[in-house]
Design a protein around this ligand. Structure first.
Ligand SMILES: [Zn+2]
Ligand SMILES: [Zn+2]
Length: 276
């Protein structure tokens, strides 16, 4: 099916981008090497992936997004993801993977289902460390399901994803006319939607003086966009400065920006896949 081949190519591009970035930014090499392993697994998860078929009368595209996932068919793949992370993850993640691997499949199903319903954020009763497993495992399926929906996204949408309800992971600046327009990328289904430039996606502050952008010399195409009212920040990738960037991958390399923001009292709107 053509659509699936396209998705596979997307994951290949992300993996290749991570490899290139790891050479450019040695301080992020370890994080990006781990991401390449995770992304290769995410790509493999797509082969044979099928959306839930509802009651047989409706097509998956007609079901509410939250009901499109056939978790039962995916669950048998979860143990191989856990063993991958136990092998190549950080000590904290590896330990969490080993602990999760000893749980019953019913526990995995609860974890995945809870995170699916919240758009990939921490659900009540779910350990923070376990959100990584759920989000990484569900992300390719969410992206694939979102791509099949062809939902018309509103120009200047809300601060959460209109498709899955996820929080934005990263901002993007793209060329438009003589300037740049901003969009946000969903942390779960990776849908990108237009968003006004001068507004905080966390609290809605739109007073120019309360919104700051910070840059670091080693990343001329990335910046921290922070709000002085709620002290929340999001990293933004400026594609007008580097057209080769892939926002969700480049953002993983922005470790110094995250450290700087956190040392200066800002909290990230949504931690990335690797918990940074
Ligand atoms: Zn989404
Ligand atoms: Zn704010």
């Amino acid at each position: 099916m053509a659509l699936q081949r396209d998705s596979q190519a997307l994951w290949d591009q992300r993996i290749e981008r991570a490899r290139v970035l790891a050479e450019t930014y040695p301080f992020a090499a370890q994080v990006l090497a781990f991401y390449q392993e995770v992304a290769a697994f995410q790509k493999s998860l797509l082969s044979g992936f099928q959306p839930a078929s509802g009651n047989g009368k409706e097509r998956a595209g007609d079901l509410p997004f939250q009901d499109c996932l056939d978790l039962a068919s995916l669950l048998p793949r979860f143990p191989s993801f856990l063993s991958l992370v136990a092998r190549v993850g950080t000590p904290v993640l590896a330990q969490a993977a080993e602990k999760l691997a000893r749980e019953e499949p019913g526990h995995w199903e609860e974890l995945l289902s809870a995170c699916w319903k919240t758009g990939g954020s921490a659900a009540e009763g779910v350990e923070e460390a376990h959100v990584f497993f759920a989000r990484a495992f569900l992300q390719p399926c969410a992206e694939e399901l979102a791509r099949r929906r062809a939902t018309e996204l509103p120009r200047f949408g809300s601060s959460t994803c209109a498709i899955c309800g996820g929080k934005p992971q990263v901002g993007v600046l793209r060329e438009e006319g003589h300037g740049a327009k901003r969009s946000l990328v969903c942390s779960l289904c990776l849908t990108e939607w237009d968003y006004r430039r001068v507004i905080c996606p966390a609290c809605g502050e739109d007073e120019f003086a309360k919104l700051s952008a910070y840059t670091a010399s080693q990343f001329d195409h990335m910046r921290v966009e922070a709000c002085e009212t709620c002290k929340i920040y999001i990293n933004t990738v400026d594609l007008t400065k580097n057209g080769l960037a892939i926002p969700i991958v480049d953002e993983l390399a922005a470790i110094p920006l995250n450290l700087w923001a956190q040392e200066n009292g800002y909290t990230k709107l949504q931690r990335n896949l690797l918990g940074l």
